[in-house]
Design a protein around this ligand. Structure first.
Ligand code: ATP
Ligand code: MG
Length: 552
C-alpha cells in the first residue's frame, strides 16, 4: 500500500463542497446508541468522522443516540467516552438525542398541523398487513383521514399517558403506494411507559429512529451525516422530514460496514458472548471491542493506522484480521520495551559459576540505543525455554544440545555438557560450562556461536501467569455460517501458562507494552496484583496463524 493515498469518496465530496463554498467548515458526529461497548466497527466510524474534521476545518460531536429507553445504560455511556478518548480523538460537544425530546415533540406537532402526520389506532400486525408488498401498493387505514384537530388531541393524550403501550402510534402521512416501503406512512412516535436513563419518567412516548436521527443531525447543524449502507433506503425519508419541517438541511452519506475475519461485530452477538459466558466480559482480551483490544495490548496508533490503511468502501467486504495484527506489530516493534520471560521453563545449572554470586548485566530496552539499558541479574541457576534444548539435535540446530554452545542474550556463551531426566524420560535440567571471557559487549573468547537465546535467573525471577490468546472463532466469517455463530467458537482461544519473568517486569504498569524476547508482545492484565501477576499475550512476533490455516 503506498503512503500517498488518494482521497476517499467522502473526502472528495467534502473538498468539492468546500471549494464550491457550500460550506466553509464541516460538522460530523459519531452517534452511538449506549446499549453496549464499542467494537472495531465503531472504531472505523470514529476514525472516519473525527478524521475528516481533523483534516478539514470543522468539528465532530459525540451524540448518544438514546431514544430507546429500555436497552440503555450509563455504564455504556462512560465506556464509550473512555474508548473514544483512548483512541485519541476529542469531540466538540457531548450531546444526547434525549435532550431534543421537547423539540422533536414540537416537530411532530408541526407535521400534524401541516396535515402530514396522524395518530394510528391499528396494531403493529394490522399496520404490517395494510402496508402491501414491494410489488403491491398498501392500503389506507381508517385513521389516515382524521382531522388535524383530532390528531392534535390524540397526540397530546398519548403524551399525557392516557393510552397503553402499543395501542396508538403517530405516523407520517406520505404515500401508501410509494415504491420505497419506508415511505408508506412510517411510524414516528410510539408509546412506551418506560424509565429513561436521562429523562426519567417525563416521557411515555418516544420518537422512532428515523424521526429522531435526522432531526438530531439538523438541530446540531451536522453537514455530513455518515452512516452505513443499510440506511440508503432511509435517506429518502431523512430528506422528507427535513424538507417538510423546513429545518437545517443535513445530508446523509453511506459507507460499507467494517467486517473483520474470525470475529463477529454486532453488539447483539457480542452481548450474547458475554451473557452466556463464552468470554469473561465485554473487555475480555479476545473480544473485538475497543476495551477488549486495549486490555489485550493493542495500541490506539495501531487501530488508527489500520483504519487509515483500509480506508472506506461503498461495498461490503471482510478485512483480514491479520492486517490489524500487522499494524499492531509494526507499532509495537518501534515502541515496546524489550524484556525476558521464560514461558515453558527448563532449569539450566552453570557448573563452573560460583554459588550465591549475582552479576548485574546490562540489556537493551528497545529497538535502538535511545531506549537505554536495564539491569538483568545473572546467577548460577537459570531458566531457559524447554524448546531451546534438544537431546538429539536436529540438522541446523543452533540452540542447546549435548556439546553445543549458545549465547545467552546480554550474558555469556555457555556449553551444554550433560542433562538430567526423570523416570518418565522428561528432561529436568541441563548442566553447562560458561566462558567468562565471552561476556556480551566485551567478548574476547574467540568462540563463534550461531544461536542466541533468552533466559532469566532462577533466583531472581518472579512467577507470572501468562494468558496466551488466540482467535475467538475457528472460521473466517462465523456470522454467515450455517446454524448458530457460537457453534464456531475456537475452543482453544485461551491457553494459560505459568512463566518466569525477569525482575524488571515487576514494575510494569497497565499502559506498558513489552516484547518478551523471541516470544511476542505482552502487557499486564488489569486483574494482575502483587500476589498474582498476570500478563496477556497481545500478539506473536510473526503471523503463525495464516500459515497454519493454509496448511491445515
Ligand atoms: P451494532 O450492529 O453492533 O449494534 P450499530 O450500528 O447498531 O452497531 P450504533 O451504536 O448505532 O451501533 O452505531 C454508532 C455508529 O457506529 C453508527 O454511525 C454506525 O453506523 C457505526 N457503526 C457500527 N457498526 C459499524 C461497522 N461494523 N462498521 C462501520 N461503522 C459502524
Ligand atoms: Mg444501532
Amino acid at each position: 500500500m503506498s503512503e500517498e493515498k488518494s482521497l476517499n469518496f467522502l473526502e472528495e465530496i467534502i473538498e468539492t463542497d468546500l471549494a464550491d463554498g457550500k460550506y466553509t467548515s464541516i460538522v460530523t458526529r459519531f452517534p452511538p446508541e449506549p446499549n453496549g461497548y464499542l467494537h472495531m466497527g465503531h472504531a472505523t466510524s470514529i476514525c472516519l468522522n473525527f478524521g475528516l474534521t481533523n483534516k478539514y476545518p470543522g468539528y465532530t460531536n459525540l451524540r448518544f443516540d438514546d431514544t430507546n429507553p429500555v436497552a440503555e445504560d450509563t455504564e455504556f455511556v462512560e465506556s464509550i467516552k473512555e474508548d473514544i478518548k483512548w483512541l485519541g480523538f476529542e469531540w466538540k460537544h457531548e450531546l444526547y438525542a434525549s435532550d431534543y425530546f421537547d423539540t422533536m415533540y414540537e416537530y411532530a406537532v408541526t407535521l400534524i398541523n401541516k396535515g402530514l402526520a396522524y395518530v394510528e389506532d391499528a396494531t403493529a400486525e394490522e399496520i404490517a398487513k395494510l402496508k402491501g408488498t414491494p410489488t403491491e401498493p398498501g392500503k389506507d387505514s381508517a385513521a389516515r383521514s382524521r382531522s388535524v384537530a383530532e390528531n392534535l388531541d390524540l397526540f397530546t393524550r398519548m403524551k399525557n399517558g392516557e393510552f397503553a403501550d402499543g395501542t396508538k402510534t403517530l405516523r407520517a402521512k406520505i404515500d401508501m403506494a410509494h415504491t420505497n416501503m419506508l415511505m408508506r406512512d412510517p411510524l414516528i412516535y410510539r408509546i412506551k411507559h418506560a424509565h429513561h436513563h436521562r429523562t426519567g419518567d417525563k416521557w411515555c412516548i418516544y420518537p422512532m429512529y428515523d424521526f429522531a436521527h435526522g432531526q438530531s443531525d439538523s438541530i446540531e447543524n451536522i453537514t455530513h451525516s455518515i452512516c452505513t449502507l443499510e440506511f440508503i433506503p432511509h435517506r429518502e425519508l431523512y430528506d422528507w422530514f427535513i424538507e417538510k419541517l423546513e429545518i437545517y438541511p443535513s445530508h446523509q452519506y453511506e459507507f460499507a460496514r467494517r467486517n473483520l475475519s474470525y470475529t463477529v461485530m454486532s453488539k447483539r452477538k457480542l452481548k450474547q458472548l458475554v451473557e452466556e459466558k463464552h468470554v469473561a466480559g465485554w473487555d475480555d482480551p479476545r473480544m473485538p471491542t475497543i476495551s477488549g483490544m486495549r486490555r489485550r495490548g493493542f495500541t490506539p496508533q495501531s487501530i488508527r493506522t489500520f483504519c487509515d490503511k483500509v480506508g472506506i468502501a461503498k461495498r461490503e467486504n471482510i478485512i483480514d484480521f491479520s492486517l490489524l495484527e500487522f499494524c499492531l506489530r509494526e507499532d509495537l516493534n518501534n515502541t515496546a520495551l524489550r524484556t525476558m520471560a521464560v514461558l515453558d521453563p527448563l532449569k539450566l545449572i552453570i557448573t563452573n559459576y560460583e554459588d550465591g554470586k549475582t552479576e548485574e548485566l546490562q540489556s537493551e530496552n528497545g529497538p535502538d540505543e535511545a531506549y537505554g539499558t536495564r539491569t538483568v541479574p545473572f546467577s548460577k541457576e537459570l531458566w531457559i525455554e524447554r524448546e531451546d534444548f534438544m537431546e538429539v539435535p536436529a540438522k541446523k540446530w543452533f540452540r542447546f544440545a549435548p556439546g553445543a554452545s549458545v549465547r545467552l542474550k546480554s550474558a555469556y556463551i555457555l556449553r551444554c555438557d550433560t542433562f538430567d531426566k526423570d523416570e518418565s524420560g522428561k528432561v529436568t535440567a541441563i548442566h553447562c560450562t560458561y566462558f567468562p571471557e565471552s561476556k556480551s559487549g566485551s567478548d574476547t573468547s574467540g568462540i563463534a556461536v550461531k544461536g542466541t537465546i533468552h533466559w532469566v535467573s532462577a533466583t531472581h525471577a518472579a512467577m507470572a501467569q501468562v494468558n496466551m490468546y488466540d482467535r475467538l472463532f475457528k472460521v473466517e466469517n462465523p456470522g454467515s455460517e450455517e446454524g448458530d455463530f457460537k457453534d464456531y467458537i475456537n475452543p482453544d482461544s485461551l491457553h494459560i501458562v505459568q512463566a518466569f519473568i525477569e525482575p524488571s517486569l515487576l514494575k510494569a504498569t497497565l499502559s506498558d507494552h513489552f516484547q518478551f524476547l523471541r516470544k511476542g508482545y505482552f502487557c499486564l492484565d488489569k486483574e494482575s496484583t502483587a500476589e498474582k501477576i498476570i500478563f496477556n499475550r497481545t500478539v506473536t512476533l510473526k503471523d503463525a496463524w495464516v500459515k497454519e490455516v493454509k496448511k491445515g
